[in-house]
Design a protein around this ligand. Structure first.
Ligand code: G3P
Ligand code: MG
Length: 256
């Protein structure tokens, strides 16, 4: 049975804004997720050269815009002038690389809850990045209920986030579950673990639940696998497959 206090957030979460139905991490992606009835989205946040927090996955703009170079070498105005939609389809041409501020405003307008993943650069201080991004999330969401959930693969970033915005919940992201997962999560004051789904088993899910942590599985694109994970007791999944794993997936399959 889901404990609301452990996971007070949506349970079906659209990856990078709207999975593969719109250019990732754009304002269009948020609009598509909301139009399909999703209550929650995951977005990737990183720092521009000017310190503005922007929504983009990779450390470079090459894959998801019409420009090239490191995100951290561009200011927010330069990123806004790039086309972050045309690579996905002409109907999305003209999308800027959005700021977190823009994403937060649009998300709140649509009632979309967000998991903000903190991305870091290898040549920059992850603790500082985590602090800056967490502070901006706290600024843009205020006392939203439920609050947005921060997550990161970088434990340093989570440590920085904890100092800058201690009231925002944090989730530790891992590809594989380290043997000392509970110690790591507790040391960072994390309330949830976000684990690559194929690293999970029924026993691991039970152990995480018994430790009192929320458990999110990513990135789950097969409905059958999603059902298995929920049956094991996973709290939430992040998915690209917005057609088959729809917003009403849980009620459709009678998952409580
Ligand atoms: O938060 C889950 C997932 O987004 C982590 O991987 O690379 O898609 O950001 P990635
Ligand atoms: Mg992500």
């Amino acid at each position: 049975m889901l404990t609301k206090t452990r996971w007070p957030y949506p349970r079906i979460i659209a990856h990078r804004g709207a999975g593969v139905m719109a250019p990732e991490n754009t304002l269009s992606a948020l609009r598509v997720a909301a139009s399909l009835g999703f209550a929650g989205v995951e977005v990737d946040a990183r720092l521009a050269a000017c310190g503005t927090v922007v929504l983009i996955h990779d450390g470079t703009v090459d894959r998801t815009t019409d420009a090239s170079g490191a995100v951290s070498d561009f200011g927010a105005a330069e990123l806004a002038a790039m086309d972050a939609g045309v690579w996905f389809g002409n109907e999305f041409a003209g999308q800027p690389v959005p700021t977190l501020e823009q994403g937060a405003a649009l998300g709140q307008q649509f009632g979309l809850w967000m998991n903000v993943e903190i991305k870091t650069d290898p040549d920059a201080d992850a603790r500082d990045a985590g602090a800056a991004i967490a502070a901006e999330v706290a600024r843009r969401w205020g006392a939203a209920s439920p609050p947005p959930l921060l997550s990161s693969f970088s434990e340093d970033a989570l440590a920085g986030a904890r100092v800058a915005a201690p009231d925002l919940p944090r989730g530790l992201l891992v590809d594989a579950l380290p043997h000392d997962w509970l110690d790591r999560a507790q040391a960072l004051g994390c309330s949830s673990l976000h684990v690559r789904h194929d690293a999970l088993s029924a026993a691991i899910v039970t152990a995480v639940r018994e430790a009192g942590l929320g458990l999110l599985a990513f990135t789950v694109n097969e409905p059958g696998r999603a059902i298995t994970l929920f049956e094991w007791g996973v709290d939430a999944i992040v998915t690209d497959e917005l057609r088959e794993i729809r917003a009403d997936f849980l009620s459709l399959y009678g998952i409580g």
